[in-house]
Design a binder for this molecule. Structure first.
Ligand code: ZN
Length: 119
């Protein structure tokens, strides 16, 4: 699995998107905007009744496909799964293992990074 570019994004609901980190291979404006939009859409599907911290992620595959993932809380917290892992598991289970970008969003105004397991 290769992730060549990482976008880490965060925003308040309805506020301007604030990309804070961008590495490696550049994406076109359209690819970047579509990836960010998909991450926000995914965040809206997050299941976060315990953490109250919804997170969305979107992976851009080499073929241009976008795979979304959202955080899924578990009452035990330890079994909570992060948005980026949901997206990666969805992609791999469909045979997609090479990626060009990843966008991650939350409701925080400040930037977020991938979770501790994914860093
Ligand atoms: Zn993670």
């Amino acid at each position: 699995m290769v992730i060549l570019a990482v976008l880490i994004l965060s925003s308040m609901a309805g506020a301007t998107w604030l990309p804070c980190s961008f590495f490696a291979m550049s994406l076109s404006s359209a690819e970047r905007n579509n990836l960010i939009k998909a991450a926000f859409e995914a965040k809206d599907k997050a299941y976060s009744p315990y953490s109250h911290f919804p997170v969305g992620a979107a992976l851009l595959a080499l073929d241009g496909a976008i795979i979304q993932g959202c955080s899924v809380d578990n009452a035990s917290y330890a079994d909570t799964i992060c948005a980026e892992r949901v997206a990666i598991v969805k992609a791999v289970s469909d045979g997609i293992t090479n990626f060009r970008g990843l966008a991650i969003t939350s409701n925080l105004f400040s930037a977020i990074s991938p979770c501790g397991l994914c860093r």
